[in-house]
Design a protein around this ligand. Structure first.
Ligand SMILES: CCCCC/C=C\C/C=C\C/C=C\C/C=C\CCCC(=O)SCCNC(=O)CCNC(=O)[C@H](O)C(C)(C)COP(=O)(O)OP(=O)(O)OC[C@H]1O[C@@H](n2cnc3c(N)ncnc32)[C@H](O)[C@@H]1OP(=O)(O)O
Length: 220
């Protein structure tokens, strides 16, 4: 766990960064979608490749080492901007915008999965469904004040999940010490597609009193 880094940005500065990187990352997502679906070929694709490579070289002129990690401000609010499911700066992430009930009892998200997430023809890849539900169950645990790492995740694929508009929801089933069992489901326009249940454990390093001051509260 090398990158749960504290940060000292003001809400305005975070908002400014979000306004710059959010639309940029969305443009990269659109690029991925277009790259999959374009019917152009030959010289057009070679020219597009050169243009993309030029942009990539420009971006690499200044970059961090490794991954983004999760930064969190003094009030404990985190910025998981590199996260594979919800990351504002991660073009691989759909991304999900997760909402939570005021009392923390449930989380849900409505989102769209397009061509980049295909498994069976026209359907969401099972690993992607599992990825989304892992995140949602983890968020449910955090929203209930019980953050933890996924220890187990069991996924039940009830029927194929169509690409397109989807909804995921998750909640805590029960708790015991540092363990939290959460459940969730992924539904498409025709109803329930995937169910999952998982065990989330607050890791030892986060339970130790010595770490109390540096605990990230980004799930909450
Ligand atoms: C406010 C504080 C916040 C702290 C933040 C905490 C966590 C969040 C951290 C990162 C997540 C960040 C972003 C992701 C967001 C959302 C969701 C995505 C979730 C993921 O993508 S996450 C990646 C996949 N996930 C892993 O990469 C886990 C690798 N693993 C470990 O990090 C450890 O393995 C861990 C933590 C699981 C346990 O570590 P530990 O040191 O706490 O373990 P310990 O030995 O103390 O066991 C304590 C009790 O749990 C039982 N137990 C242990 N492991 C078990 C297992 N697998 N199955 C069933 N029971 C198990 C023992 O049997 C004992 O039970 P008992 O007390 O009854 O004897």
């Amino acid at each position: 766990m090398s990158r749960f880094a504290p940060e000292h940005l003001t809400p305005e500065q975070i908002e400014e960064q979000s306004a710059v990187y959010g639309p940029f990352t969305q443009a990269v997502r659109d690029l991925v979608d277009a790259a999959i679906r374009t019917e152009l070929g030959g010289d057009d694709i070679r020219a597009a490749q050169a243009a993309v490579e030029a942009v990539t070289a420009r971006l690499r002129e200044r970059e961090i080492e490794g991954a983004l990690g999760v930064t969190f401000s003094e009030d404990g609010v985190g910025r998981p901007w590199g996260n594979a499911v919800i990351g504002l700066r991660n073009a691989v992430a759909p991304p999900l915008v997760v909402e939570k009930a005021e009392d923390g009892s449930r989380v849900w998200s409505q989102f769209h999965l397009g061509a980049a997430y295909e498994g069976p023809p026209g359907c969401v890849h099972g690993g992607v469904a599992s990825l989304v539900l892992d995140q949602m169950l983890g968020q449910a645990a955090g929203a209930g004040g019980r953050p933890g790492m996924t220890a187990t995740l069991q996924v039940h694929y009830r029927k194929p999940t169509p690409l397109g508009p989807l909804r995921a929801e998750a909640w805590i089933e029960r708790t015991e010490g540092h363990k939290t069992w959460a459940r969730g489901e992924l539904t498409g326009p025709e109803g329930l597609c995937v169910e999952a249940e998982g065990l989330f454990i607050l890791p030892r390093w986060a339970r130790e009193p010595a770490d109390a001051e540096t605990r990230p509260g980004f799930f909450e």
